[in-house]
Write a protein that binds this ligand. Structure first.
Ligand code: EPU
Length: 337
């Protein structure tokens, strides 16, 4: 177990904010986690469990305990000719999991290539990209209840997955810490190529396989999204809003080219990046904060920005989009005060 005081979180948040935490605790096993959870001092302190900080915005130094898992490992727990079950430690880098699966010929997560973050957080956030969501392959999620300290294995249904959401994100539920996730992948994968320009990106290929899909997704992401190591960012800052069909039809009169995806419940999902671009924010900078020039949904730290400055720019975008379109943007990024 690692315990540090006044610890810099610079390498634990992809916005690259030089914030500190009063305590940083990293556990290597479920037993160590249980020990921390049962500790009286821990129970009295403010605490936050993080992954690799690719979805966090720290507004201040953190006056409490930041917890981090170091539980790693990718194990095959079951397999037959058609399917394979993998048990994955929450601290594995998500993209290492995808790389492993693709290399072994296991399908179901290849479109989720190159997403920053750790496997545990991926299961909490229900990461999605290019027409795939992790929820489709989650078999179960192993957790510890932060209040009762009990281990509970959530089935996929119990995780209550929806777009970028899960049971674990709902503040009304007991907080649970994810230690392992169990995925069910296919040895006879059906490729999912119909999102955006994925098929187009693969057009020159004579044979399509998992590796080619992974490489194409990585190329598309690298063209559109900034590398956090080079330009601090947390990917999509907002979720894509879902609006009633009448609202969409009204907007279509003024904006005939408005992009949208129909939802099973009759509503429409509208790309937040388009709304933000229409408001004129794309490529603009405010001090050390920028709206990324290739994808308006991404806010970037141009160097030396504070969490408050990023939050202010996000607020002016929310106001602009609300005024022009009557749509409320909800941050996907979690603000930490
Ligand atoms: N668009 C614009 N201007 C922009 C950006 C987007 O007009 O500056 C419009 C275009 O019409 C484009 C459409 O928005 O066709 C969709 O853009 P894109 O394919 O880049 O996807 P997105 O909806 O902006 C979502 C996810 C991404 C994921 C991509 C690909 C959310 C909040 N974001 O973005 O996830 O990579 O789809 O599947 O759902 C992330 O969560 O950090 C993330 C990057």
């Amino acid at each position: 177990m690692k315990i540090e005081q006044n610890y810099s979180l610079l390498s634990h948040n992809t916005f690259g904010l030089p914030v500190k935490t009063r305590w940083f605790m990293e556990y290597d096993t479920e037993e160590e986690l249980q020990k921390i959870l049962r500790d009286e001092y821990f129970q009295e302190c403010l605490s936050l469990h993080i992954g690799s900080g690719s979805n966090l915005l720290f507004l201040n130094d953190y006056d409490g305990i930041i917890l981090h898992s170091n539980i790693k490992g990718i194990t095959i727990t079951n397999e037959n000719e058609r399917e394979v079950s993998l048990r994955i430690g929450a601290a594995e880098q998500w993209d290492d999991v995808v790389a492993f699966a693709v290399q072994q010929g296991y399908g179901g997560i290849e479109n989720l290539s190159y997403i920053p973050g750790e496997a545990g957080a991926a299961a909490v956030q229900n990461i999605g990209a290019y027409g795939m969501e992790i929820a489709e392959v989650v078999r179960s999620v192993e957790t510890y209840n932060q209040i009762t300290f009990e281990k509970r294995i959530f089935t996929c249904d119990e995780c209550e997955y929806s777009y970028r959401n899960s049971y674990f994100k709902n503040e009304h539920n007991d907080p649970h810490i994810v230690t392992y996730l169990n995925l069910l992948l296919s040895k006879e994968p059906e490729y999912r190529l119909d999102y955006g320009n994925l098929r187009q990106e693969l057009a020159g290929e004579t044979e399509i396989n998992l590796k080619k899909i992974r490489e194409a997704v990585i190329r598309i992401r690298q063209q559109k999204l900034p590398e956090p190591r080079e330009l601090g960012n947390a990917g999509s800052f907002f979720t894509n809003p879902m609006v009633e069909n009448e609202h969409y039809e009204r907007l279509k009169v003024t904006y005939p080219d408005i992009p949208s995806y129909p939802l099973p419940d009759g509503r429409r999902k509208i790309p937040a990046g388009w709304l933000i671009e229409q408001c004129g924010f794309k490529g603009k900078t405010h001090g050390a904060v920028g709206v990324y020039e290739k994808q308006a949904l991404v806010l970037v730290n141009l160097g030396g920005a504070t969490g408050d400055e990023i939050a202010l720019v996000a607020e002016s975008i929310r106001t602009g989009v609300a005024e022009l379109f009557g749509i409320e943007l909800i941050p996907e990024v979690k603000y930490i005060v």
